[in-house]
Design a protein around this ligand. Sequence first.
Ligand SMILES: Nc1ncnc2c1ncn2[C@@H]1O[C@H](COP(=O)(O)OP(=O)(O)O)[C@@H](O)[C@H]1O
Ligand SMILES: [Mg+2]
Length: 303
Amino acid sequence: MQAITIQNLSKTYETGKEAVKNLSLSLEAGEVFGFLGPNGAGKTTTVKLLTGILTPTSGTCRVFDLDPQTEANRVHAVSGIVTEHAQMYDHLTAMENLMFYASTFGINRSEAKKRSETLLAEFELTDAKDQKLASFSTGMRQRLSLARALIHRPSILFLDEPTSGLDPENAQRVHQMIRKLASEEHIAVFLCTHQLRYAQEVCTRYGLMDEGTLLVTGTLEELRTSTFSGQTLSIRADRLPAGLPFVSCGDSFYTTSIRSEQEIPDLIRTLVAQGVNLYEVSVKKPSLEDIYFALTAKQTEGF
Ligand SMILES: Nc1ncnc2c1ncn2[C@@H]1O[C@H](COP(=O)(O)OP(=O)(O)O)[C@@H](O)[C@H]1O
Ligand SMILES: [Mg+2]
């Protein structure tokens, strides 16, 4: 069964803003899907449609075959949801927060305690379990928020900007935890973020959104080959090779476009035969950011 199926989904707010336009995509269990795009792309609106908080203007979406419109409670029973603003209680301790959420899912006290302790250990919060949330750092809050989302053992996690406000080190920790969850627990993850650089380290597949429209979906390799016809080979050498299509980039670096890495050995042999001294050879693969900007012709400032 697909974890998510979305067909021709659109949402226009009362203001007339078309936040999501004719979106279609699907997601398998165990996938970590990166739903990416700058602020305003329509990511949060999509999560709200998938979790029954908003009603679509047209089209349909299903979470494990359940309709969020008519079966929101059943969707919530199989979903863990982490949003930018973690809904937890400052005056309760970490343990009390988890116990409270467990009770809302009808989990009995002894089972809730067991699960809470395991999750607190997994998210490196055992030492802070009796501290009130008010004293937590942003990183600790985000980790507790993930623990809370997992208390009822969901089959899918919706993570909306789970690392916003975190420094790179804490963001990396959260991402490692997400990756571990997906691989060990076989949970589907729908990860919304504008931080493309981080997403590239965590996700198995991507969807790039721009102003409500899904531009492409695919694995990183698929996106690379569908967006760029070739790769860039960069060398550092003591002189510009004659008769070869290299362009000087300064500092003894030269680059050329190749269609595939199969062209590299012949090029290197030719260079060496001409007596060129080579100090570095590398292939630059386009990053998610390169792909996004190539597709939208947008500049980094958009993020
Ligand atoms: N309640 C609302 N009413 C009107 N417009 C909204 C509302 N919520 C979001 N929008 C607009 O819809 C667009 C998509 O927003 P959102 O889904 O929050 O994007 P993202 O999560 O990718 O930043 C933005 O232009 C935003 O301003
Ligand atoms: Mg958002």
